[in-house]
Design a protein around this ligand. Sequence first.
Ligand code: MG
Length: 390
Amino acid sequence: MKKRIAVLGATGSIGKSTIDVLREGREYFEAVLLSSHRDVSGLLALSREFPGAALALTGLESAPGVSALPKGVYRGKAGLLRAVAGTAPDLTVNGIAGAAGLEPSLAALEAGADLALANKETVVMAAPLVFALAKKKGRRILPVDSEHHAVSSLLEARRRENVEEIILTASGGPFRKRKREDFAQITVEEALAHPTWNMGPKITIDSASLANKGLEVIEAAGLFNMPPDRITVVIHPQSIVHSMVRLKDGAVYAQLSRPDMRLPIHNALYYPECTPCSLGRLDFTGGLTLEFEAPDFEAFPMLPLAYEAVKQGGLYPAAYNAANEEAAAAFLTKKAGFLDIPRIVEYVLDRDWHTTGNLESPEALRVILEADGMARKIAHAYISENNLCS
Ligand code: MG
């Protein structure tokens, strides 16, 4: 029997890579649900290729082209949640960008599907809630972030209890070598030109500010139940070593492959099998150079702010994420400068985000979403009060 797959965010960067893996594995997989936020023509093209799949469009309630979509397309956020429940996938690939991915992740687990998770915000915002639900439903969460996919496979191979330290690699983004005094002049166009990975705009800005790595530190702490002082970030500009683990005996194990998201997605879809994958092989005979260096915490404050957020716990990680989403959006729309991103996030984190609530209970969702909304409001207030970029 074919594995039933739902792809959320099917027209985005992760979605497109997932579709490639589905195309190659037609005899193993059946696409049962494909969703997009606002790419009507992309969704139409997919519906022709996978005529059996239900479709969902979460944004653009009435836009040109919407009428061309077949009848019965699920609409809006509520429609997507209904679609996830109604199509009963075996595995849901969540490639939705940002905090909007949290509720669909919960809906997928609730519906009894395993979760291939590219939406790191799900774990950043709500790790206790998400893991409690996955445990209750007996479902698996398979990380589809390249670093966490690497760590997850290394932990499986070397056993979690033997691991002393998780070492997350970071490309360092486009501004690794830029002089600190020039950071104020960084433009959106420069920030969008990532040296090694080809991704969506928000995550590319996050990679430039190292907020993406900050989110990944929080994600790793949640996914692998590891205290932050045992998670290290190391800059590795080639993006070939996707992460490492250091065992108690001091030996370090690494996962190496080309920077291509189709490998983590391939492995999540075929899990637990290791099956042939048509992606290119690394060639060690052509002079492959691997470099490593320490990240500059002063030049990239989004990294230490993330460590602080995960150390504080409670609603701090959710506030970090929400503030950063607003800051990155403000930078993308030229309402804030590059240096304002960590300033906005630091301002938001200055509030008290501790909570006495039980973050594992189903009621936690409301508390988390309230904190998310509050953090955004505070970020907005900072942006308008300080008249950034004027
Ligand atoms: Mg990553």
